[in-house]
Design a protein around this ligand. Structure first.
Ligand SMILES: NC(=O)c1ccc[n+]([C@@H]2O[C@H](COP(=O)([O-])OP(=O)(O)OC[C@H]3O[C@@H](n4cnc5c(N)ncnc54)[C@H](OP(=O)(O)O)[C@@H]3O)[C@@H](O)[C@H]2O)c1
Length: 347
């Protein structure tokens, strides 16, 4: 059985870990903790083996926290590492462990695709370039925003590609995740050079996409406003809605009033971590104005990339055909069922 280790137990690592622990296809070795704090108890409760860096073992011991071994030992035992480190630290892990130990790794969207600290030569988006990851040693799973953009843009390109002139996206980004302790600052901040534009450009070259990004004081998802400019008239609203209703990981909602409505409903419905794992197209504000189609959709920041990591794993390690991989992921994360429930709640 293929052995997987998760290096990092933050917002993303903990979610991937609890999903992988229930997938009988892989042997889940455990998670890495770097700081000896309370969150380790969450790993114990789920019976995960916890590994710590060698230089911190004493600190864990002092706090009375048991570990199964060092991070290095866990990586040595694994066939693939899912790196879920804080933004940018995946690069250091690659230099320190993955290259010297010749271990394949999946990186998260906070790592660099370009420049001196680039960790991989591709960003994965299951809707666009699943097969490209076959047999690759290092791949970045696009961030939540980048994943959402690919998921919404590619169906439009498949259906209307020749007629689309350009995409413009304004990303309204949440300040922090629900479980983050950091303060949510009362300000709207802009990003001078959003990485999302180049990241999406890694897997969708044309039509061009231009991105602006703003961070707002919310913990409840991102909201994207995507303008699609056509050479002539835009297709009808009905045609666009029908197109998205068929898509994996997209729910078309008609009556949500804001991102918190969707998040709270996911919690009420008992979805693990309150994640939907999807983008939600808000049909009540989907507009056609002459040659421009305006789509507003919310993007579940923490949940989006978890099923994506599972799909990517199947490409890199098993080279599984895409339909089978998506079906397995759908079953593990109950994606179709969640979509059905959300669609019913917000019809
Ligand atoms: N949060 C989101 O919504 C989201 C969505 C999509 C993608 N991502 C991407 O996913 C990655 C992780 O984000 P996150 O939100 O999970 O961050 P996070 O909650 O801040 O957690 C990061 C974890 O990294 C651990 N860590 C520290 N040093 C490490 C090292 N050298 N190697 C591995 N782990 C280390 C920390 O462990 P200790 O606590 O034990 O110190 C911490 O728990 C980032 O690239 C981020 O951009 C995040």
């Amino acid at each position: 059985m293929v052995k997987i280790f998760i290096n990092g137990f933050g917002n993303i690592g903990r979610r991937i870990a609890s999903a992988l622990a229930t997938d009988k296809e892989f042997q889940f070795l455990g998670v890495a903790k770097y700081t000896p704090d309370e969150r380790i108890k969450e790993a114990y409760e789920q019976h995960f083996d916890v590994y710590a860096p060698e230089e911190n073992l004493d600190a864990f011991k002092k706090m009375g926290y048991d570990v199964a071994g060092t991070v290095k030992e866990a990586i040595q035992k694994s066939d693939l590492v899912i790196d879920a480190a804080k933004d940018g630290l995946g690069y250091d892990n690659k230099e320190k462990y993955y290259i010297p130990m010749s271990k394949p790794a999946i990186f998260q969207g906070g790592e660099d695709r370009f420049g001196e600290r680039s960790v991989a030569d591709m960003i994965h988006n299951s809707r666009v370039n699943y097969e490209k990851a076959f047999g690759k040693k290092y791949v970045i799973q696009g961030s939540c925003n980048v994943t959402g953009l690919g998921r919404v843009m590619q169906p439009l390109i498949d259906a209307y590609g020749k007629d689309i002139k350009r995409f413009d996206a304004t990303l309204i980004r949440r300040w922090a995740d629900l479980e983050d302790k950091k303060e949510v600052k009362d300000s709207i901040e802009w990003d001078r050079d959003p990485h999302h534009q180049n990241d999406v450009g890694d897997f969708i070259k044309t039509p061009p996409l231009y991105v602006d990004a703003f961070k707002v004081p919310s913990r409840m998802m991102h909201l994207h406003q995507l303008y699609v400019r056509f050479n002539n008239h835009s297709p009808t609203k009905e045609a666009i809605i029908q197109l998205f209703e068929k898509e994996f990981g997209i729910a078309v909602l008609h009556s949500a009033k804001g991102t918190a409505d969707v998040r709270k409903k996911a919690m009420d419905l008992g979805f693990p971590y309150g994640d939907t794992g999807m983008v939600h197209i808000h049909a009540d504000v989907l507009k056609i104005q002459d040659d421009v189609l305006k789509i507003a959709y919310s993007d579940d920041q923490t949940g989006m990339v978890i099923p994506e990591n599972h799909i990517l794993l199947q490409a890199m390690i098993l080279r599984r055909n895409k339909k089978d991989a998506m079906e397995r992921t759908d079953r593990l994360f109950r994606m179709s069922e969640k979509k059905r429930l959300l669609t019913k709640e917000f019809q």
